[in-house]
Design a protein around this ligand. Structure first.
Ligand SMILES: [Zn+2]
Length: 65
């Protein structure tokens, strides 16, 4: 998660922003209860055109059975 200055493949901008997707956007383990809190998703995206360069599940350990 340290390539903050990678060039955007869409517009060539070198600046990125980070955002967390949560609530309705949470990801949950397949086939398991929705009462499980699931995990937020962290996106790293271009500050100019908004192209998402990387996405991370913030709590992958929740998916280990
Ligand atoms: Zn861009």
């Amino acid at each position: 998660m340290d390539n903050q200055n990678s060039e955007c493949p869409k517009c060539g901008n070198n600046n990125t922003l980070k955002g967390v997707q949560y609530n309705q956007g949470n990801i949950f383990p397949e086939g398991r209860s929705i009462f499980n809190m699931g995990s937020e998703i962290l996106h790293v995206f271009c500050s100019d055109c908004g192209y998402i360069k990387e996405s991370y599940v913030k709590s992958p350990e929740k998916f280990i059975k």
